[in-house]
Design a protein around this ligand. Structure first.
Ligand code: UT7
Length: 327
């Protein structure tokens, strides 16, 4: 049996912090509303000129260094993102060039906020099949570039950042990804989409005037799907592996809203002490959310070697996913 083990993890967030207080001078909102409805206190915003591939490459450099894997031995790069540098070429190819990973195939995955777990699932399959020995999986988004800072219902939620994991084949023990579970349900673009800039609505002066290049979201409708599907997909992973919720050492859910995290944990009977939360610092960083949280959980000692870690996420599509990892 080949396991794909996370041999190195890293993350990167831009330095500039945008606090709730600062947002109050931009839109009609309050720290009290944002904190009580979302749990978010601040988020990171990329300076002009910084791109998604820069965030991805910075996170990946840290992950590769920690893995001890030679850059020349990385055979696959997958970037989960909904904010690529350009529609094409892929951000993964741009990262390949920035890091000099000459021996890798590279492509992007568009799966909304579950982009990192979708990418992990694909890389895991390549490694378990014996096709590749080392893969670089990245989740990175620069949501501030597609956020309408006149729309208080969305602009308080999002931030920039990304994380990366090196996956390596392991045949010696059972450390690694035990399973991944990915799901989609089309037909929900009315609740979460970026309408313009694609083939349906190419960029024109009118789409720019209409602010159609920004995220449109019906938050309260999405909230209900998020709690249900995050709970379902976490349960699926636990059952698939013959485990019980109490066997999981740390649950690392998508960091979109503390109320979604708490409601999901409650339905799963997870005490919050075993749930990792950093949404207060970064807001929702989409594909960056899970790998940033995993990196922080490792660095702070919340994840230790041998721990069972459950991750799950949901986003545009709808697309949602989970995985259980023996760390
Ligand atoms: O990662 C996957 C993608 N995203 C998500 O998972 C997000 C899921 N949704 C959510 O997190 C929540 O639905 C939100 C945080 C977006 C909104 O919270 P809510 O409790 O569902 O609020 P709401 O949209 O029902 O709005 C309640 C009120 C409204 O006022 P009225 O109509 O009751 O008078 C809004 O206009 O809150 C108002 N409101 C605000 N007030 C102050 C909305 N945004 C703000 C704001 N500041 N920033």
């Amino acid at each position: 049996m080949i396991y794909s083990q996370i041999t190195g993890i890293g993350s990167y967030v831009p330095e500039k912090v945008l606090t709730n207080e600062e947002l109050c001078s931009i839109v009609d909102t309050s720290d009290e509303w944002i904190t009580s409805r979302t749990g978010i206190k601040e988020r990171r915003i990329a300076e002009a000129g910084l791109t998604t591939s820069d965030i991805a490459a910075n996170a990946a450099r840290r992950a590769i260094k920690r893995s001890g894997v030679s850059p020349m031995d990385i055979e696959l790069i997958i970037v989960g993102t909904i904010t690529p540098d350009m529609i094409f070429p892929s951000t993964a190819c741009i990262v390949q060039e920035k890091l000099g990973l000459k021996n890798a195939a590279a492509f992007d995955v568009s799966a909304g906020c579950s982009g990192f777990i979708y990418s992990l699932s694909i890389a895991d399959s390549f490694i378990k099949s014996g096709r590749y020995k080392n893969a670089l999986v990245i989740g990175a988004d620069l949501l501030s570039r597609i956020t309408d800072y006149t729309d208080r219902s969305t602009c308080v939620l999002f931030g920039d950042g990304g994380g990366a994991a090196v996956l390596s084949a392991n045949t010696e023990n059972t450390r690694g990804i035990l399973s991944t579970h990915i799901h989609s349900e089309g037909g929900h673009d009315n609740i979460l989409k970026l309408p313009a800039g694609g083939s349906l609505m190419p960029a024109t002066a009118q789409t720019v005037n209409n602010l159609d290049h920004y995220i449109k979201m019906k938050g309260s409708e999405l909230f209900k799907y998020a709690v249900k599907y995050l709970k379902d997909v976490a349960e699926e992973a636990i059952k698939f592996n013959g485990l019980k919720p109490e066997d999981i050492d740390l649950f690392v859910p998508h960091q979109a809203n503390i109320r979604i995290i708490e409601a999901t944990a409650k339905k799963l009977c997870f005490p919050m002490e075993r749930v990792f939360v950093n949404v207060e610092k970064y807001g929702n960083t989409s594909s960056g959310s899970i790998p940033i949280a995993l990196d922080e959980a490792c660095v702070s000692g919340r994840i230790k070697e041998g721990d069972l870690v459950l991750i799950d996420a949901i986003g545009a599509g709808l697309a949602w996913a989970s995985s259980i990892i023996r760390w």
